[in-house]
Design a protein around this ligand. Structure first.
Ligand code: GAL
Length: 139
């Protein structure tokens, strides 16, 4: 796992915070991930994983040391070597994902205690040009 970015927001990032990642996939990209993690442990509340080899986006959670049920999005808007913007925000019920300002999927919260989701991580085949975390709505 090649860690490209990690931020820790002790007050929690859900709901109401928006993560905007501008980047470009690496040439010969295989996959990259954006993970929303809980506190200090290894639970992943939301794993967003575009896979170039499968032209699929895999979404999942990793709780109690196990991957959960995958949710796949077959609409694959990423093109190797081309820049893109991913925005992920959340409300009380779902994460919402937009690529280049078009909504592509939502993922229902599996971790119900939203304030425990405090870390955002970007890993693997991506070149990051900027990452912004900002408050989108007031809760
Ligand atoms: C696994 C993969 C993990 C994660 C998971 C999602 O096959 O090794 O990195 O992507 O799928 O369900």
């Amino acid at each position: 796992m090649a860690l490209r970015f990690e931020a820790w927001c002790p007050a929690g990032v859900c709901p109401g915070w928006s993560v905007i990642l501008k980047g470009e996939s690496r040439s010969h990209a295989n996959k990259f991930e954006i993970n929303f993690l809980c506190d200090q442990d290894d639970r992943i509340a939301f794993h967003f994983n575009p896979r170039f080899t499968e032209s699929d986006i895999v979404c999942n959670s990793f709780l109690k040391n196990h991957w959960g049920q995958e949710e796949r999005c077959t609409h694959f808007p990423f093109v190797a070597d081309e820049p893109f913007q991913i925005e992920i925000d959340s409300d009380d019920d779902n994460f919402h994902v937009y690529v280049d300002d078009t909504k592509i999927l939502q993922f229902k919260h599996r971790v119900k205690d939203l304030k425990t989701i405090t870390r955002v991580q970007v890993v693997n085949d991506i070149i990051i040009s900027s990452l912004e975390i900002s408050k989108k709505h007031f809760y």
